[in-house]
Design a protein around this ligand. Structure first.
Ligand code: NI
Length: 163
C-alpha cells in the first residue's frame, strides 16, 4: 500500500471523464487500497480515482462509519434537497455551500465484483454525489452557490471535511 499524490485544481486530469472498470484485477485492488490510505492520510471523507491521477470510475468514502469502496458507481435514485458546506482535497482552503439531494441511492460493484447498493442521507449523500461528480470531471466549485469568508473558513478548517 502506498499514499499517492493528490492532484490539485488546475491539473487537467481532474476535468476529464473517468472510464468504467472492466475487470477487477490486482492493479485495481491495489489502487483501491492506495486510495483509502491516501484519503485517511489527508483526513478526508472521500476520494475519487482521478484525484490520484487515474481515470477510472472508482471511489472511496468514509464518513466515520467505515470504509466504502465503490467501482463504477451510479446514482439510481435521489430525492429531496440539502444545502451543506463542502470542501475538496484537490482544492485546499476553499469551502462553499452546495445544493445536493437529501437522499441518494447508488449502485456499484464492490472490490469482489459483487453488485451492491448504498443509500445515504446527510453527509453520506453529499460525499456520494461529490465523488461521483469527480468521475465526470466536475468539482464542487462548479456547483457552489456561495463561498465561505475568512471567519467562516477558520471554523470549517477545524472540522476537516475534505473530499
Ligand atoms: Ni473532491
Amino acid at each position: 500500500m502506498a499514499v499517492r499524490i493528490i492532484r490539485k485544481e488546475g491539473d487537467e486530469i481532474l476535468r476529464k471523464k473517468a472510464k468504467k472498470v472492466d475487470e477487477i484485477n490486482a492493479k485495481i485492488l491495489t489502487l483501491l487500497k492506495d486510495m483509502a490510505e491516501t484519503m485517511y492520510k489527508a483526513n478526508g471523507v472521500g476520494l475519487a480515482a482521478p484525484q490520484v491521477g487515474i481515470l477510472k470510475r472508482m471511489v472511496v468514502i468514509d464518513i466515520g462509519d467505515g470504509l466504502i469502496e465503490l467501482i463504477n458507481p451510479e446514482i439510481v435514485e435521489q430525492s429531496g434537497e440539502q444545502l451543506e458546506i463542502e470542501g475538496c482535497l484537490s482544492i485546499p482552503g476553499i469551502y462553499g455551500e452546495v445544493k445536493r439531494p437529501a437522499r441518494v441511492k447508488v449502485e456499484a460493484l464492490n472490490s469482489k465484483g459483487e453488485k451492491i447498493a448504498v443509500e445515504g442521507t446527510g453527509l453520506l449523500a453529499v460525499a456520494l454525489c461529490h465523488e461521483i461528480d469527480h468521475l465526470d470531471g466536475i468539482l464542487f466549485k462548479d456547483k457552489a452557490i456561495r463561498f465561505l469568508d475568512e471567519e467562516e473558513l477558520q471554523n470549517e478548517s477545524k472540522k476537516g471535511s475534505g473530499k
